[in-house]
Design a protein around this ligand. Structure first.
Ligand code: FRU
Length: 447
Protein backbone atom coordinates (compact mmCIF):
# COMPACT_ATOMS: atom_id res chain seq x y z
CA UNK A 1 0.00 0.00 0.00
CA UNK A 2 1.28 3.47 -0.83
CA UNK A 3 2.63 5.14 2.27
CA UNK A 4 0.97 8.43 3.26
CA UNK A 5 3.52 8.89 6.11
CA UNK A 6 0.75 9.22 8.71
CA UNK A 7 2.15 7.31 11.64
CA UNK A 8 0.39 4.59 13.60
CA UNK A 9 2.41 4.57 16.83
CA UNK A 10 3.86 8.05 17.20
CA UNK A 11 2.08 11.19 18.35
CA UNK A 12 2.22 13.85 15.65
CA UNK A 13 0.07 16.88 14.82
CA UNK A 14 -2.65 16.68 12.15
CA UNK A 15 -1.23 19.87 10.71
CA UNK A 16 1.49 22.34 11.64
CA UNK A 17 4.81 21.78 13.36
CA UNK A 18 5.71 19.99 16.58
CA UNK A 19 8.92 20.20 18.55
CA UNK A 20 9.67 19.52 22.25
CA UNK A 21 7.41 17.51 24.57
CA UNK A 22 6.28 19.77 27.41
CA UNK A 23 4.41 19.45 30.71
CA UNK A 24 4.51 15.63 30.79
CA UNK A 25 2.60 14.28 33.78
CA UNK A 26 -0.06 11.98 35.14
CA UNK A 27 -2.86 14.11 36.55
CA UNK A 28 -6.37 13.25 37.67
CA UNK A 29 -6.36 9.77 36.17
CA UNK A 30 -4.86 10.72 32.82
CA UNK A 31 -1.52 11.09 31.13
CA UNK A 32 -0.93 14.56 29.72
CA UNK A 33 1.45 15.34 26.89
CA UNK A 34 1.83 18.97 25.91
CA UNK A 35 4.13 19.94 23.07
CA UNK A 36 5.72 22.87 21.31
CA UNK A 37 3.26 23.54 18.57
CA UNK A 38 3.20 25.92 15.60
CA UNK A 39 -0.38 25.40 14.40
CA UNK A 40 -0.04 27.89 11.54
CA UNK A 41 2.94 26.41 9.71
CA UNK A 42 4.50 23.00 9.03
CA UNK A 43 7.83 24.83 8.91
CA UNK A 44 7.51 26.05 12.48
CA UNK A 45 6.75 29.67 11.58
CA UNK A 46 4.12 31.86 13.20
CA UNK A 47 2.77 31.49 16.71
CA UNK A 48 4.64 29.13 19.03
CA UNK A 49 2.07 27.55 21.34
CA UNK A 50 1.44 24.49 23.50
CA UNK A 51 -0.75 21.76 22.02
CA UNK A 52 -2.23 19.09 24.26
CA UNK A 53 -2.99 15.37 24.14
CA UNK A 54 -4.33 13.33 27.05
CA UNK A 55 -4.86 9.62 27.53
CA UNK A 56 -6.00 7.12 30.16
CA UNK A 57 -3.45 4.50 29.08
CA UNK A 58 -0.89 6.04 26.67
CA UNK A 59 -2.54 4.14 23.81
CA UNK A 60 -5.80 6.04 23.32
CA UNK A 61 -5.10 9.75 22.97
CA UNK A 62 -7.30 12.79 22.63
CA UNK A 63 -6.04 16.04 21.11
CA UNK A 64 -7.76 18.87 22.98
CA UNK A 65 -6.24 21.64 20.86
CA UNK A 66 -3.99 24.63 21.44
CA UNK A 67 -4.10 25.31 25.15
CA UNK A 68 -1.46 28.03 25.60
CA UNK A 69 -0.68 30.72 23.07
CA UNK A 70 1.30 33.96 23.12
CA UNK A 71 -1.16 36.53 24.44
CA UNK A 72 0.60 38.60 27.11
CA UNK A 73 3.58 40.97 26.63
CA UNK A 74 5.84 38.57 28.55
CA UNK A 75 5.32 35.69 26.07
CA UNK A 76 4.55 37.63 22.93
CA UNK A 77 7.24 35.91 20.80
CA UNK A 78 6.44 32.40 21.90
CA UNK A 79 5.15 30.09 24.60
CA UNK A 80 8.37 28.13 24.84
CA UNK A 81 9.12 24.83 26.58
CA UNK A 82 8.38 23.92 30.16
CA UNK A 83 7.04 21.31 32.52
CA UNK A 84 4.06 20.14 34.52
CA UNK A 85 4.00 19.72 38.29
CA UNK A 86 1.03 18.11 40.05
CA UNK A 87 0.06 19.25 43.55
CA UNK A 88 -3.19 17.94 45.02
CA UNK A 89 -5.95 18.60 42.49
CA UNK A 90 -4.02 21.20 40.51
CA UNK A 91 -1.60 20.96 37.62
CA UNK A 92 1.02 23.72 37.63
CA UNK A 93 2.51 24.41 34.21
CA UNK A 94 5.76 26.37 34.11
CA UNK A 95 7.04 27.61 30.77
CA UNK A 96 9.31 30.18 29.17
CA UNK A 97 7.73 33.29 27.74
CA UNK A 98 10.03 34.33 24.90
CA UNK A 99 10.16 38.02 23.99
CA UNK A 100 12.04 39.45 21.04
CA UNK A 101 12.44 43.22 21.34
CA UNK A 102 12.36 45.45 18.29
CA UNK A 103 15.68 46.98 17.30
CA UNK A 104 19.23 46.09 16.42
CA UNK A 105 20.01 43.12 18.66
CA UNK A 106 21.96 39.86 18.47
CA UNK A 107 19.22 38.26 20.64
CA UNK A 108 21.98 36.53 22.62
CA UNK A 109 23.38 39.33 24.75
CA UNK A 110 20.53 41.77 24.16
CA UNK A 111 17.01 42.02 22.81
CA UNK A 112 15.52 38.86 24.29
CA UNK A 113 13.32 38.46 27.33
CA UNK A 114 13.15 34.99 28.93
CA UNK A 115 10.35 34.89 31.50
CA UNK A 116 9.38 31.95 33.66
CA UNK A 117 5.57 31.95 33.62
CA UNK A 118 3.11 29.86 35.63
CA UNK A 119 -0.42 28.82 34.74
CA UNK A 120 -2.54 26.34 36.65
CA UNK A 121 -5.29 24.07 35.44
CA UNK A 122 -7.83 21.75 37.03
CA UNK A 123 -8.58 19.75 33.88
CA UNK A 124 -5.41 20.01 31.81
CA UNK A 125 -7.14 22.10 29.16
CA UNK A 126 -8.61 25.26 30.66
CA UNK A 127 -5.87 27.52 32.02
CA UNK A 128 -5.75 30.13 34.79
CA UNK A 129 -4.44 33.62 34.02
CA UNK A 130 -0.67 33.68 33.48
CA UNK A 131 1.66 34.79 36.25
CA UNK A 132 5.25 35.89 35.57
CA UNK A 133 7.59 34.39 38.19
CA UNK A 134 11.11 35.17 36.94
CA UNK A 135 12.52 37.68 34.47
CA UNK A 136 16.01 38.32 33.02
CA UNK A 137 16.90 40.46 36.05
CA UNK A 138 16.40 37.39 38.27
CA UNK A 139 19.16 35.38 36.53
CA UNK A 140 22.86 35.57 37.45
CA UNK A 141 24.89 38.35 35.78
CA UNK A 142 26.96 35.86 33.82
CA UNK A 143 23.91 34.66 31.86
CA UNK A 144 23.19 35.76 28.31
CA UNK A 145 19.51 36.26 27.51
CA UNK A 146 19.18 32.60 26.51
CA UNK A 147 17.63 31.18 29.70
CA UNK A 148 14.69 28.79 29.40
CA UNK A 149 12.83 25.51 29.78
CA UNK A 150 11.92 25.25 33.49
CA UNK A 151 11.60 21.76 35.02
CA UNK A 152 10.18 21.59 38.55
CA UNK A 153 10.18 18.85 41.18
CA UNK A 154 9.63 18.44 44.93
CA UNK A 155 12.36 17.12 47.17
CA UNK A 156 13.23 17.35 50.88
CA UNK A 157 10.12 19.43 51.57
CA UNK A 158 10.99 22.14 49.04
CA UNK A 159 10.36 22.80 45.37
CA UNK A 160 13.24 22.87 42.94
CA UNK A 161 13.57 24.24 39.42
CA UNK A 162 16.27 23.88 36.80
CA UNK A 163 16.62 26.24 33.84
CA UNK A 164 18.85 25.79 30.78
CA UNK A 165 21.12 28.69 29.89
CA UNK A 166 23.94 30.11 27.81
CA UNK A 167 26.49 32.18 29.68
CA UNK A 168 27.94 35.42 28.30
CA UNK A 169 31.13 33.42 27.74
CA UNK A 170 29.08 31.04 25.51
CA UNK A 171 29.04 28.02 27.80
CA UNK A 172 26.12 25.69 28.49
CA UNK A 173 24.82 26.03 32.03
CA UNK A 174 22.00 24.92 34.33
CA UNK A 175 20.55 27.31 36.93
CA UNK A 176 19.00 25.88 40.10
CA UNK A 177 16.23 27.70 41.95
CA UNK A 178 14.33 26.77 45.13
CA UNK A 179 10.88 27.71 46.41
CA UNK A 180 8.51 26.99 49.29
CA UNK A 181 5.29 27.87 47.49
CA UNK A 182 5.89 27.26 43.74
CA UNK A 183 5.55 31.00 43.08
CA UNK A 184 8.52 32.71 44.76
CA UNK A 185 11.80 31.30 43.53
CA UNK A 186 15.29 31.97 44.84
CA UNK A 187 18.47 31.42 42.92
CA UNK A 188 20.55 28.66 44.49
CA UNK A 189 23.49 27.64 42.27
CA UNK A 190 24.64 26.78 38.74
CA UNK A 191 26.51 24.00 37.03
CA UNK A 192 28.52 24.59 33.88
CA UNK A 193 29.35 22.48 30.86
CA UNK A 194 32.81 21.07 30.34
CA UNK A 195 32.02 19.31 27.02
CA UNK A 196 32.34 22.39 24.82
CA UNK A 197 28.72 23.45 24.26
CA UNK A 198 27.55 27.06 24.11
CA UNK A 199 24.02 26.36 25.36
CA UNK A 200 22.17 23.72 27.38
CA UNK A 201 18.48 23.49 26.57
CA UNK A 202 15.72 21.53 28.29
CA UNK A 203 17.40 20.41 31.55
CA UNK A 204 15.80 17.69 33.65
CA UNK A 205 17.12 16.32 36.94
CA UNK A 206 15.94 13.11 38.57
CA UNK A 207 16.83 10.12 40.72
CA UNK A 208 16.65 6.67 39.16
CA UNK A 209 17.80 3.38 40.64
CA UNK A 210 19.27 5.26 43.61
CA UNK A 211 21.42 7.44 41.38
CA UNK A 212 21.15 11.08 40.45
CA UNK A 213 21.10 12.21 36.82
CA UNK A 214 21.01 15.51 34.95
CA UNK A 215 19.65 15.42 31.40
CA UNK A 216 20.43 18.30 29.04
CA UNK A 217 20.26 19.12 25.33
CA UNK A 218 23.61 20.73 24.51
CA UNK A 219 24.24 22.86 21.44
CA UNK A 220 27.53 23.61 19.73
CA UNK A 221 29.70 20.59 20.57
CA UNK A 222 31.99 19.71 17.61
CA UNK A 223 30.98 16.51 15.79
CA UNK A 224 32.84 13.24 16.38
CA UNK A 225 32.33 9.84 14.79
CA UNK A 226 30.50 8.26 17.74
CA UNK A 227 29.42 11.35 19.67
CA UNK A 228 27.64 14.59 18.80
CA UNK A 229 26.85 13.31 15.30
CA UNK A 230 23.78 15.52 14.97
CA UNK A 231 23.55 19.28 14.79
CA UNK A 232 22.62 19.26 18.53
CA UNK A 233 23.11 16.57 21.17
CA UNK A 234 20.86 15.27 23.99
CA UNK A 235 22.20 13.23 26.86
CA UNK A 236 22.59 12.80 30.57
CA UNK A 237 25.26 13.13 33.22
CA UNK A 238 25.55 11.19 36.44
CA UNK A 239 25.75 13.59 39.35
CA UNK A 240 28.83 12.74 41.41
CA UNK A 241 29.06 12.93 45.21
CA UNK A 242 30.52 16.45 44.95
CA UNK A 243 27.41 17.50 42.98
CA UNK A 244 29.19 17.82 39.65
CA UNK A 245 27.89 16.34 36.40
CA UNK A 246 30.13 13.58 35.04
CA UNK A 247 30.22 10.88 32.33
CA UNK A 248 28.01 12.41 29.63
CA UNK A 249 26.15 9.74 27.62
CA UNK A 250 23.86 10.48 24.71
CA UNK A 251 20.25 9.36 24.99
CA UNK A 252 19.97 8.35 21.38
CA UNK A 253 22.36 7.86 18.48
CA UNK A 254 19.83 8.20 15.64
CA UNK A 255 19.23 11.18 13.39
CA UNK A 256 16.12 12.46 15.10
CA UNK A 257 16.12 12.94 18.82
CA UNK A 258 16.19 16.07 20.97
CA UNK A 259 14.79 17.85 24.02
CA UNK A 260 13.53 14.80 25.98
CA UNK A 261 11.63 15.15 29.23
CA UNK A 262 10.85 12.62 31.97
CA UNK A 263 7.86 12.17 34.26
CA UNK A 264 6.64 9.65 36.82
CA UNK A 265 3.79 7.27 36.06
CA UNK A 266 1.48 6.49 39.01
CA UNK A 267 2.98 2.98 39.30
CA UNK A 268 6.43 4.45 39.90
CA UNK A 269 7.87 4.06 36.41
CA UNK A 270 10.03 6.91 35.15
CA UNK A 271 9.06 7.56 31.56
CA UNK A 272 10.89 9.58 28.93
CA UNK A 273 9.46 11.14 25.79
CA UNK A 274 11.64 13.04 23.34
CA UNK A 275 11.14 15.03 20.20
CA UNK A 276 11.82 12.60 17.31
CA UNK A 277 13.23 15.50 15.38
CA UNK A 278 15.81 18.18 15.80
CA UNK A 279 16.13 21.86 14.96
CA UNK A 280 18.30 23.52 12.31
CA UNK A 281 18.75 20.33 10.30
CA UNK A 282 20.48 20.31 6.91
CA UNK A 283 17.78 18.07 5.36
CA UNK A 284 14.01 18.27 5.11
CA UNK A 285 11.10 16.05 6.06
CA UNK A 286 8.79 15.12 3.16
CA UNK A 287 5.72 15.52 5.38
CA UNK A 288 6.28 19.31 5.37
CA UNK A 289 4.83 19.52 1.87
CA UNK A 290 1.83 17.51 3.12
CA UNK A 291 1.10 20.03 5.87
CA UNK A 292 2.70 18.73 9.05
CA UNK A 293 6.13 18.06 10.44
CA UNK A 294 7.68 16.05 13.28
CA UNK A 295 6.53 13.63 15.95
CA UNK A 296 7.35 12.55 19.50
CA UNK A 297 9.24 9.36 20.34
CA UNK A 298 7.43 6.41 21.84
CA UNK A 299 7.18 6.76 25.63
CA UNK A 300 10.13 4.82 27.10
CA UNK A 301 10.50 3.40 30.56
CA UNK A 302 13.87 4.21 32.13
CA UNK A 303 15.93 1.85 34.30
CA UNK A 304 19.58 1.77 35.35
CA UNK A 305 21.74 -1.23 34.42
CA UNK A 306 24.76 -2.73 36.21
CA UNK A 307 27.11 -0.34 34.42
CA UNK A 308 25.21 2.63 35.83
CA UNK A 309 23.85 3.50 32.37
CA UNK A 310 20.22 4.36 31.75
CA UNK A 311 18.33 1.84 29.61
CA UNK A 312 15.23 2.81 27.63
CA UNK A 313 12.43 0.36 26.88
CA UNK A 314 9.23 1.19 25.00
CA UNK A 315 6.50 1.21 27.66
CA UNK A 316 5.00 -2.23 28.15
CA UNK A 317 1.57 -0.92 27.12
CA UNK A 318 2.87 -1.10 23.55
CA UNK A 319 3.01 -4.89 23.77
CA UNK A 320 -0.80 -4.75 23.62
CA UNK A 321 -0.48 -3.53 20.05
CA UNK A 322 1.11 -6.80 18.91
CA UNK A 323 -1.13 -8.69 16.52
CA UNK A 324 0.27 -11.85 14.98
CA UNK A 325 3.91 -12.88 15.06
CA UNK A 326 6.32 -14.71 12.80
CA UNK A 327 9.39 -16.59 14.02
CA UNK A 328 12.60 -15.43 12.45
CA UNK A 329 15.53 -17.80 11.98
CA UNK A 330 19.00 -16.87 10.84
CA UNK A 331 19.12 -15.86 7.17
CA UNK A 332 15.34 -15.63 6.89
CA UNK A 333 13.57 -13.17 4.68
CA UNK A 334 9.97 -12.12 5.11
CA UNK A 335 7.49 -9.56 4.00
CA UNK A 336 6.13 -7.24 6.70
CA UNK A 337 3.53 -4.54 6.88
CA UNK A 338 4.41 -1.27 8.63
CA UNK A 339 4.12 -0.82 11.55
CA UNK A 340 6.01 -3.87 12.81
CA UNK A 341 8.25 -4.85 15.68
CA UNK A 342 11.21 -7.22 15.69
CA UNK A 343 12.59 -8.64 18.93
CA UNK A 344 15.75 -10.67 18.41
CA UNK A 345 18.79 -12.19 20.01
CA UNK A 346 22.19 -11.95 18.42
CA UNK A 347 25.69 -13.23 18.96
CA UNK A 348 28.48 -11.55 17.11
CA UNK A 349 27.90 -9.70 13.86
CA UNK A 350 24.42 -9.34 12.41
CA UNK A 351 22.37 -7.39 9.90
CA UNK A 352 18.72 -6.57 9.48
CA UNK A 353 17.74 -5.01 6.17
CA UNK A 354 14.51 -3.35 5.15
CA UNK A 355 14.64 -3.79 1.38
CA UNK A 356 16.42 -0.88 -0.25
CA UNK A 357 15.33 1.39 2.60
CA UNK A 358 17.44 0.78 5.66
CA UNK A 359 20.33 -1.39 6.80
CA UNK A 360 21.00 -2.05 10.49
CA UNK A 361 24.35 -3.70 10.98
CA UNK A 362 26.57 -4.74 13.85
CA UNK A 363 30.16 -5.48 12.91
CA UNK A 364 33.43 -5.39 14.90
CA UNK A 365 32.06 -3.45 17.85
CA UNK A 366 30.27 -0.89 15.71
CA UNK A 367 26.54 -0.58 15.03
CA UNK A 368 25.46 1.38 11.98
CA UNK A 369 22.08 2.61 10.85
CA UNK A 370 22.32 3.36 7.13
CA UNK A 371 19.64 4.66 4.81
CA UNK A 372 19.98 3.01 1.44
CA UNK A 373 18.40 5.71 -0.68
CA UNK A 374 18.12 9.46 -0.60
CA UNK A 375 14.32 9.35 -0.76
CA UNK A 376 13.62 6.86 2.02
CA UNK A 377 16.21 8.43 4.32
CA UNK A 378 14.95 11.97 3.76
CA UNK A 379 18.51 13.08 2.99
CA UNK A 380 20.05 11.26 5.96
CA UNK A 381 22.81 8.69 5.45
CA UNK A 382 24.55 6.92 8.35
CA UNK A 383 24.75 7.05 12.16
CA UNK A 384 27.16 5.10 14.34
CA UNK A 385 27.11 3.60 17.82
CA UNK A 386 30.06 1.92 19.46
CA UNK A 387 29.57 -1.12 21.73
CA UNK A 388 31.92 -4.01 22.53
CA UNK A 389 29.12 -6.53 22.15
CA UNK A 390 25.47 -6.65 21.17
CA UNK A 391 23.23 -9.37 22.58
CA UNK A 392 19.77 -8.20 21.58
CA UNK A 393 17.94 -5.91 19.22
CA UNK A 394 14.43 -4.57 19.21
CA UNK A 395 13.16 -2.61 16.25
CA UNK A 396 9.91 -0.68 16.20
CA UNK A 397 9.24 0.50 12.68
CA UNK A 398 6.35 2.88 12.12
CA UNK A 399 5.19 4.05 8.70
CA UNK A 400 7.61 6.99 8.82
CA UNK A 401 10.13 6.30 11.57
CA UNK A 402 12.22 3.61 13.16
CA UNK A 403 13.40 3.15 16.76
CA UNK A 404 16.17 0.63 17.41
CA UNK A 405 16.89 -0.58 20.95
CA UNK A 406 20.16 -2.49 21.54
CA UNK A 407 21.49 -4.30 24.61
CA UNK A 408 18.32 -3.92 26.64
CA UNK A 409 17.91 -0.31 25.54
CA UNK A 410 21.34 0.84 26.75
CA UNK A 411 21.84 2.18 23.23
CA UNK A 412 18.95 3.54 21.18
CA UNK A 413 18.78 4.99 17.68
CA UNK A 414 15.69 6.87 16.51
CA UNK A 415 15.21 8.22 13.03
CA UNK A 416 12.49 9.29 10.66
CA UNK A 417 12.31 7.30 7.41
CA UNK A 418 10.03 7.52 4.42
CA UNK A 419 9.44 4.20 2.58
CA UNK A 420 7.25 4.62 -0.51
CA UNK A 421 5.21 1.53 0.37
CA UNK A 422 4.00 0.18 3.73
CA UNK A 423 4.76 -3.40 2.67
CA UNK A 424 8.48 -4.04 3.10
CA UNK A 425 10.79 -7.01 2.65
CA UNK A 426 12.97 -7.82 5.65
CA UNK A 427 16.14 -9.92 5.69
CA UNK A 428 17.90 -11.14 8.82
CA UNK A 429 21.47 -12.44 9.20
CA UNK A 430 23.05 -13.41 12.51
CA UNK A 431 19.90 -12.81 14.54
CA UNK A 432 16.86 -14.88 15.49
CA UNK A 433 13.66 -13.83 17.13
CA UNK A 434 10.10 -12.76 16.47
CA UNK A 435 8.57 -10.26 14.14
CA UNK A 436 5.20 -8.83 15.19
CA UNK A 437 2.62 -7.09 13.10
CA UNK A 438 1.41 -4.12 15.14
CA UNK A 439 -1.89 -2.35 15.44
CA UNK A 440 -1.83 1.36 16.16
CA UNK A 441 -2.51 3.84 18.91
CA UNK A 442 -5.82 5.68 18.69
CA UNK A 443 -5.81 9.46 18.36
CA UNK A 444 -9.03 11.45 18.29
CA UNK A 445 -9.32 15.21 18.11
CA UNK A 446 -11.70 17.69 19.72
CA UNK A 447 -10.93 20.15 16.93
C1 FRU B 1 14.41 23.13 22.14
C2 FRU B 1 13.92 24.56 22.21
C3 FRU B 1 13.76 25.03 23.64
C4 FRU B 1 12.74 26.13 23.51
C5 FRU B 1 11.83 25.58 22.43
C6 FRU B 1 11.23 26.60 21.54
O1 FRU B 1 14.09 22.51 20.94
O2 FRU B 1 14.78 25.43 21.49
O3 FRU B 1 14.95 25.44 24.27
O4 FRU B 1 12.07 26.38 24.70
O5 FRU B 1 12.62 24.69 21.67
O6 FRU B 1 10.32 26.01 20.66
Amino acid sequence: MKNDFRQKLHLEPESGWLNDPNGLCFFRGEYHVYFQYSPDSAEGKGRKCWGHWCSPDMLRWRFTGTVLMPDIPEDRSGVYSGCGFVKDDTLYLFYTGNVKEEGDHDYITSGRGANVILVTTKDGHNMSPKKVLLRNSDYPDYCSCHVRDPKVWEEDGRYHMVLGARTLAAKGCVLYYVSDDLEHWQYDRSVFDSEGSYMWECPDEFTLGGRRFLSVSPQGIPHEKYMYQNVYSAGYFGIGSAGDPENYREWDKGFDFYAPQTFDAPDGRKILIGWEGIGDIPYSNPTTALGWQHCLTLPRELTVNGRGNICQTPIREFEKLRLDDTSVKDSNALSAQLPFEYVGRCEGDFTVELEDILKLEYHSGEFTLTFLSENTGGGRTVRYAEMPECSDIRIIADTASVEVYLNGGETVLSSRMYPADTQVKLTFKGTEGKCYRLGGIEVISDE
